[in-house]
Design a protein around this ligand. Structure first.
Ligand SMILES: NC(=O)c1ccc[n+]([C@@H]2O[C@H](COP(=O)([O-])OP(=O)(O)OC[C@H]3O[C@@H](n4cnc5c(N)ncnc54)[C@H](OP(=O)(O)O)[C@@H]3O)[C@@H](O)[C@H]2O)c1
Length: 328
């Protein structure tokens, strides 16, 4: 079976490619000229895909021939130019789907890696999890761009899509949650605002497995949220990180107005210097939300998904990796 994975050079994509190899697929990574191939697993073939240029993409897809499955994982979670959310997450997805249809190379299944942010956080009062049947209310540019991409895919008649909406994904090589680990390692435990936050996570290898369960299932034209099935509050999360880093910390609840001011400043200054800070205006809205619960029960029931990692086991493995690679 031939599978094409876009964004395979990134954090999640490299684990998807590795899971494909483990399952004995012939794995192709869609890359661009500037892609850093450092973490691409062995035995993965690279193919150039011009996601930004539909006509060229059609030629490239025709030359490659039809794949059995495609996982479209390439995307931006933060960007310097805010219009890039729309252009990359939505525009490139549209180019890709149209190029597949127009070149007659639609795969058996096309799995789109969306995000829980496409639905936005759950109700902060009822604290109910976000469910598949809820009306999406993305409150970030990132989430809006992922939802728009989903809507475009779903609007294509008979297009054999699957959509996975992961919550916070963590694991070796991840760089955003890593900032919190670094801070705890320096003996500080910052908290966003004064309210308890309810967080959900999925370990990256579990997410990759869930994607293949979806591809290998009888389902098409269907979406799932992906979490490890547990809910952690922010103090539990911090306690697990502290345990594995063997650190005692100073607890530092930062009022939201201050987090907002810092996010705005970093975003502006980052823009001048041409970099994209981890803490930025869009990320602030994700960080301030109190309810990131989402319903993973359909994923478990319909695909037989059972996370191999809870946060405790996952963070332990991450800390070992970050230490081994001298990130910590
Ligand atoms: N990390 C999370 O917690 C999380 C949660 C939910 C959903 N997701 C989704 O998961 C996917 C992967 O995220 P990640 O965390 O693994 O991010 P990442 O490490 O930054 O990887 C992003 C990948 O997308 C590719 N990409 C980015 N911009 C591109 C462009 N303009 N043209 C072509 N390729 C481009 C990158 O390729 P290059 O190597 O060429 O830059 C890279 O391979 C994204 O779609 C994201 O929305 C992530």
């Amino acid at each position: 079976m031939k599978i094409l994975v876009t964004g395979a050079t990134g954090f999640i994509g490299s684990f998807i490619a590795a899971e494909g190899i483990r399952r004995q697929y012939e794995v192709f990574a869609g890359v661009r000229a500037t892609s850093n191939l450092q973490y691409l697993p062995e035995n993965v073939a690279t193919v150039t895909l011009s996601l930004n240029d539909k006509e060229r993409l059609k030629q490239e897809l025709t030359a490659l021939g039809r794949f059995d499955y495609i996982i479209h994982n390439a995307g931006v979670t933060k960007c310097r130019k805010k219009t890039d959310f729309e252009e990359v997450n939505c525009g490139y997805t549209r180019n890709f789907v149209e190029a597949l249809i127009e070149s007659g190379t639609v795969p058996d299944k096309f799995l789109y890696v969306s995000s829980a942010a496409a639905f936005g956080p759950g109700d902060p009062k009822s604290l109910e999890p976000v469910r598949l049947t809820d009306t999406p209310r993305p409150d970030t540019l990132y989430g809006q761009s992922k939802l728009k991409a989903e809507e475009f895919i779903r609007s294509q008649l008979d297009f054999p899509y699957l959509i996975i909406r992961p919550t916070g994904v963590y694991g070796p090589r991840e760089k955003d949650y890593f900032v919190f680990l670094q801070t705890v390692n320096r003996r500080l435990e910052p908290a966003m605002g004064l309210k308890k936050q309810y967080l959900t996570f999925i370990y990256v290898t579990d997410l990759a497995e869930a994607m293949f369960l979806a591809l290998e299932s009888p389902y098409t034209r269907k979406a799932w949220f992906a979490t490890d099935g547990n809910v952690y509050d922010n103090r539990e999360y911090a306690a697990i990180v502290k345990k594995h880093l063997c650190r005692k910390t100073v607890y530092l609840p930062v009022p939201l107005f201050l987090v907002k001011a810092v996010s705005w400043t970093l975003d502006t200054v980052g823009g001048w210097w041409g970099c994209t800070p981890t803490l930025n205006k869009d990320k602030y809205k994700i960080l301030r939300a109190v309810n990131w619960k989402c319903d993973a029960e359909p994923l478990q029931r319909e695909l037989g998904f059972a996370a191999r990692y809870n946060l405790d086991k996952g963070i332990e493995e991450c800390v070992q990796w970050y230490k081994k690679e001298k990130w910590l």
